[in-house]
Design a protein around this ligand. Sequence first.
Ligand SMILES: [Zn+2]
Length: 83
Amino acid sequence: MTRRRTIVRVESVRRTFLFDPRLVPCAACGHDVQGVTPDEAARLLQSTGDNLDRFIASGEVHAVDTASGASWICRDSLFRRSS
Ligand SMILES: [Zn+2]
């Protein structure tokens, strides 16, 4: 009697995101930027949400609104670049 050995190979395909799910289209920058939540933005600025609102109103900080009404903050706009 011969012993047959069956090898079952299970291959799984891991799907990886081809894009960063946190990339948001910033109209002010004109390209996709990394989005942070308003809370994270305030923390990065070491500031309060009220101050963040003021920065957004002045155009210094870019906000990206979503269809659901949520806002992302353009991370690039949080940091001043020396030109
Ligand atoms: Zn921007």
